[in-house]
Design a protein around this ligand. Structure first.
Ligand code: ITT
Length: 193
C-alpha cells in the first residue's frame, strides 16, 4: 500500500518506515511536488496532526497521514507539549530546546515525563486519529547520539539509558510513535473501504 506521510522530518520518516515494514511504501510531500513548510498552527497535537494531513491532502489529492508529537513534563504542567519544536527558539533547535528543559527542571525532584504522538489519517475523504505515548523521565544531562529531538534527555520507563543511547530497534518497539503507528497499521489492515 502507498501512502503520503505529511512530514518534513526525515527521522520520523525513517522510524515510521521501520515500524510499518515493507508492506507500505511511504511517499514524502516532496515526492509529490510539495516543498516548503507544512503549517502547524494549532494549540493541540490533534489539531496540528489534522492541519498537516489536510494541507497535504488539499495540495496533492492523495490519501495521507501526519504525525504531531510533544514532550510533556509533569512538573512543568505538560510543557513544552504542543510547543516542543519551538520551546527555546522560533526554529527547530534541539540543543537549545533540551538546554531550556534541563534549566527549567534544575533542582526539581519530579522529572517524570512522556512523549505523546497523534497521527491523523485521511483516507477516502474521511479523517481518523491514532494516539501513542511512552512514559519515562528526564535525565540530568543529554546522553547518546541516536534518534533526534529530545531523545538524548528522555529515559523510558524500565530502562537506564536515553532513547538516544538505546538501539533504534528498542525505541521503535516501545515508543510513542510505535504505539500510534501500530494502531494505524491495524486499522489499515482491516480497512474495507
Ligand atoms: P513534521 O511536523 O514535519 O512532521 P517536526 O519535527 O516539526 O516534523 P513535531 O512538530 O511533531 O515534528 O515535533 C515536535 C518536537 O518534538 C520537535 O522538536 C521534534 O524534534 C520533537 N520530537 C518529535 N518526535 C520525537 C521523538 O520521537 N524523539 C524525540 N524528539 C521528538
Amino acid at each position: 500500500m502507498e501512502l503520503v506521510f505529511a512530514t518534513n522530518n526525515r527521522h520520523k520518516l525513517e522510524e515510521v518506515g521501520q515500524i510499518l515494514g515493507a508492506a507500505y511504501t511511504l511517499k514524502t510531500p516532496a515526492d509529490c511536488g510539495l516543498t516548503g513548510d507544512i503549517p502547524e498552527e494549532q494549540d493541540t497535537l490533534e489539531g496540528n496532526a489534522l492541519q498537516k494531513a489536510r494541507y497535504v491532502k488539499l495540495h496533492t489529492g492523495l490519501d495521507c497521514f501526519a504525525d504531531d508529537t510533544g514532550m510533556e513534563v509533569t512538573a512543568l504542567g505538560g510543557a513544552p507539549g504542543v510547543r516542543s519544536a519551538r520551546y527555546a527558539t522560533d526554529g527547530h533547535n534541539p540543543e537549545a530546546n533540551m538546554a531550556l528543559l534541563l534549566k527549567n527542571l534544575d533542582g526539581v525532584a519530579d522529572r517524570t515525563a512522556r512523549f505523546r504522538t497523534v497521527i491523523a489519517l485521511i483516507l477516502d475523504g474521511k479523517e481518523y486519529l491514532f494516539e501513542g505515548e511512552v512514559r519515562g523521565h528526564i535525565g540530568e544531562v543529554p546522553a547518546g547520539d541516536k534518534g533526534f529531538g529530545y531523545d538524548p534527555v528522555f529515559i523510558p520507563e524500565g530502562y537506564n539509558e536515553t532513547f538516544a543511547q538505546l538501539p533504534p530497534q528498542v525505541k521503535n518497539a516501545i515508543s510513542h510513535r510505535a504505539e500510534a503507528v501500530n494502531k494505524l497499521a491495524v486499522f489499515l489492515k482491516s480497512y474495507k473501504g
